[in-house]
Design a binder for this molecule. Sequence first.
Ligand SMILES: NC(=O)C1=CN([C@@H]2O[C@H](COP(=O)(O)OP(=O)(O)OC[C@H]3O[C@@H](n4cnc5c(N)ncnc54)[C@H](OP(=O)(O)O)[C@@H]3O)[C@@H](O)[C@H]2O)C=CC1
Ligand SMILES: O=CC(=O)O
Length: 357
Amino acid sequence: MEVGFLGLGIMGKAMAVNLLHHGFGVTVWNRTLSKCQELVEQGASVGETPAAVINKCKYTIAMLSDPSAALSVVFDKDGVLEQICSGKGYIDMSTVDAETSSKISEAITKKGGYFLEAPVSGSKKPAEDGQLVILAAGEKALYDKMVPAFDVLGKKSFFLGEVGNGAKFKLVVNMIMGSVMNALSEGLCLADRSGLSQQTLLDVLDLGAIANPMFKLKGPAMIKGSYPPAFPLKHQQKDMRLALALGDENAVSMPIAAASNEAFKKARSLGLGDLDFSAVFEVKHDARHFSKDQNPRIASYAAFALYFFLCSKASKPAAVANTRFLLLELVLAMGPRLHKGSQLMSFSSFEVSLLLG
Ligand SMILES: NC(=O)C1=CN([C@@H]2O[C@H](COP(=O)(O)OP(=O)(O)OC[C@H]3O[C@@H](n4cnc5c(N)ncnc54)[C@H](OP(=O)(O)O)[C@@H]3O)[C@@H](O)[C@H]2O)C=CC1
Ligand SMILES: O=CC(=O)O
């Protein structure tokens, strides 16, 4: 079976690789075309545009970041709509809202094509291992055709009826997941501030009624302040936003999800959007955020501090103050690496500057 694949991010790349390894012919496209190279090395062909992929393949899967990406790939110039026609199927596995999915479905079916939405539950590792849970809805005949591919990508697929049901299901699941991640973060913080061991808390949770793979996988990394992106925080916040909109439409009060969304928004505003969604923990324990993203910042503070130090050697009084300030910023930025959770981190650099006169 020859399939097209649009979108080679964390999920799309792993899924396309799985299809290749299971004997599917795969033609890939990604907005940043250079990302196709790794797939080509494993046997994939490249389409220069989404339209070119649709032209070549009877069935094309998309795995894109959000509603605006999903719409753009279909409706923009060189997009899916230009080549979709009778007998061709388009399967969108991105997490989007039901309205986006319906818009795409209408446009595709108007041109004679078949449409299936099929968002997935499961993250980077399940995608690599072919262990996703597929929440499909739309054209049943297309679902039946895609079952061999779904069997490679996932451990279970559901057919949920009309377009929109898959999208809504996925949002409900991720609304719960995001809220639970916030609860875990608050629990870890509360344990720490109460003088309890965070690792022991994880051990206790793992033995009880709320044990789950997410706590087991993410918990130990969170304690270490390590958030390599499997499910990027910006996508989790998108899902909370879309789930809350679904709640608005249906007059469902969701205070826990709303509070969790605020925490994810705060984390995004701190520049943590590209880290794993477990980085919302950083918001909870109110430490200065730190990550690999901090490295350029730390390096620039160090460079400026050195520069001003050299200027001060040349007797420029303003440079002396700047040197002291930048060294202070450097210490604060480095601090959490040296002593995570240190009380020092609850002071801003401005407050410490005042203290030091
Ligand atoms: N990561 C996870 O654990 C899971 C993610 N999901 C969902 O799957 C989808 C993909 O997630 P993931 O792979 O993690 O995301 P990534 O951010 O890693 O990848 C996003 C992909 O979308 C492409 N893209 C973004 N904007 C546009 C645009 N305007 N036009 C065309 N292409 C665009 C990116 O292209 P480029 O490379 O050029 O930036 C990239 O291929 C999301 O909807 C997410 O919510 C679902 C389950 C689990
Ligand atoms: O959407 C994310 C997931 O882990 O599922």
